[in-house]
Design a protein. Sequence first.
Length: 175
Amino acid sequence: SEWPQWSLYVTSAYNLVAISMERYLATCQPVIHRNKLTPKRLKVLMVAVWLCGWLPEAHLVPISYQANDSCEASWPSPAVQAVSGVAIAVWEFVVPLVIMIFAYTKIILELYKCSKARVGDNNDAQNNMLSKANKNVTKTLFVMAVFFAICWEPTDVSYILFHSGLNDNSLDSVF
């Protein structure tokens, strides 16, 4: 089965989600971040991230079998295969992307609000620091969201096409 491979990919995506949400809490909800994000809760969060990657991909284990030195899948029906394909693509791609965009949008807005509130201050060093932080977060959002989308979108479109029966060769195609 390709379960370990895909589980690690999805775990990686949800690690990005966890990092994005931790940065969101640190920037936009600092009191909650300081009081609620204890080392014990961080460990639970990391276990949850790994479960987010491994459990949804576990559907591959019971449907997989070995045939001619390769791993094949046997779905109960085309409808189950199509629904599963869409659900997994949403879980792997849409949910993480939406959460990351939400988190970094809120961070950018918070940093922008803080920098605007300090415009009247005569502390240029602090204003420059906030401006640099805003630019860095904006760059991080852009790079992370764009590359996450570039890396996952082709795979998930191919996955949906294959599982919907619209492209029988999509798993072996160059795309």
